[in-house]
Write a protein that binds this ligand. Structure first.
Ligand SMILES: Cc1ncc(COP(=O)(O)O)c(C=O)c1O
Length: 406
């Protein structure tokens, strides 16, 4: 017989996934319901309403796409873009590159702007790109998890519109821990995942679409042959190239109950509970919590003599990049932390692979005990591997917490 699933205890302090909130795990183990059960339809409507609050929008078209966070990205791109459409992607890390990759697979004519990793874009650079390329869609990450940088977005939607472009944002890594005001910032389409600041599990992607994007998508509605009513007339726009990610049909499923996929029941429960927890705490309080625990972690790390990565004015509030000190082998540190202490931290990608570690303080792990455990075990590991440290970072991090308490 294969082993039963019995994972060892782990503290997941990398860039995601993180330990899911036990409330979310409990919700995921609730019994199945049929997808047209009135109770389940009510849960779907509640989930939409909760995510309108999470996204800070009144967008009617706020739904879940089954699949991990990139499912949300792919559904939006394949449903909005047609082959040959110009898409402008300001890239400041690996996940900007992912947006290019997905857009190019949709046949888009992808143009990029490049920022040095560890920095973000200023308004002038993006405006110059919009002026030069005149894209149908500008696509950008809010937080690029690979570099831990957070792109300012307050002005982006209005700027895109002044050049006739739609604005898409991947907020997978930032939602819940950093401000994200979809309506105020005039963002046309945003997608996220659960497995970071929302304290959930990977496997479903909440998205929100402005009315104009929803209309554009609905004009491409070509209902599956097997469920077309007599006399059915398809939309005038070109058929969306994916069935699974066809947002015209997915919006019909959420809105009018038109049959499409079978909703991923347990993941919907998870998404519902993640949003309920966040709304219960309050968005500003959750952002402040992420800020506090990242600050305490960073103070502890710097007190250990470690150097933080990236532009300090544009760091995400939930992930910290740290240069791997030259005295140690970064991968040996990570594997020792995992094997001896059950703590996972991340490395990064491309030019940052092996150069930085990434530590997440997000969702359920944006708490004092996981932060102090991580500092204590990281300093113990570095000492085990021969480094001399001025401090283990604990008194300094505790001091930061105590100054908050008083
Ligand atoms: C910013 C960002 N976008 C997209 C993704 C892809 O998410 P998933 O692995 O859930 O498909 C990630 C994953 O870490 C991410 O950090």
């Amino acid at each position: 017989m294969p082993f039963s699933i019995n994972p060892p205890p782990r503290l997941l302090m990398g860039p995601g996934p993180i330990n899911a909130d036990p409330r979310v795990l409990r919700a995921m183990s609730a019994p199945m319901l049929g997808q047209y059960d009135p109770v389940f339809r009510r849960m779907m409507r509640e989930t939409q309403e909760l995510y309108r609050q999470v996204f800070q929008t009144e967008n009617e078209s706020t739904v879940l796409v089954d699949g991990t966070a990139r499912a949300g990205i792919e559904a939006i791109f394949v449903s909005v873009l047609c082959p040959g459409d110009v898409v402008l992607v300001p890239v400041f890390g690996r996940f900007g590159q992912l947006l290019c990759e997905i857009a190019s697979r949709c046949g888009a004519d992808v143009r990029t702007l490049q920022a040095e990793w560890g920095t973000v874009f200023d308004r002038e650079t993006i405006e110059a790109g919009l002026r030069e390329h005149r894209p149908k869609l500008l696509a950008i990450c809010q937080g690029d998890t690979s570099t831990t940088m957070c792109q300012p977005l307050e002005w982006l939607g209005a700027l895109c519109h002044s050049y006739g472009a739609l604005c898409y944002v991947d907020a997978t890594a930032t939602v819940g821990g950093n401000q994200l005001a979809v309506a105020d910032w005039q963002l046309d389409a945003v997608s996220v995942g659960l497995q970071k600041c929302l304290g959930g599990a990977a496997g479903i992607s909440p998205i929100t679409l402005s009315d104009s994007v929803a209309e554009l998508i609905k004009s491409r509605m070509h209902l599956e042959a097997g469920i077309q009513p007599v006399g059915y007339v398809p939309g005038s726009g070109p058929r969306i190239a994916s069935n699974y990610f066809d947002l015209a049909m997915i919006l019909g499923y959420w809105g009018q109950g038109v049959n499409h996929h079978t909703e991923a029941t347990s993941m919907l429960y998870a998404a519902h509970e993640c949003a309920r927890i966040l709304v219960e705490e309050g968005l500003p309080a959750a952002q402040e919590r992420h800020r506090l625990h990242s600050r305490a972690l960073r103070i502890g790390l710097e007190s250990m003599g470690l150097r933080l990565y990236g532009d300090p004015t544009h760091r995400m509030q939930n992930i910290t990049g740290i240069y791997v000190p030259t005295e140690v082998d970064g991968e040996k540190v990570r594997s020792t932390l995992l094997a001896e202490f059950g703590i996972e931290i991340g490395t990064s990608f491309g030019p940052l692979a092996g150069v930085i570690w990434r530590i997440g303080t997000m969702g359920y792990n944006a708490q004092r005990i996981p932060v102090l455990q991580t500092l204590a075990c990281l300093s113990a590991t570095l000492r085990l591997l021969g480094m001399k440290l001025p401090s283990d970072g604990i008194p300094e991090a505790l001091h930061e917490y105590q100054s908050q308490d008083s």
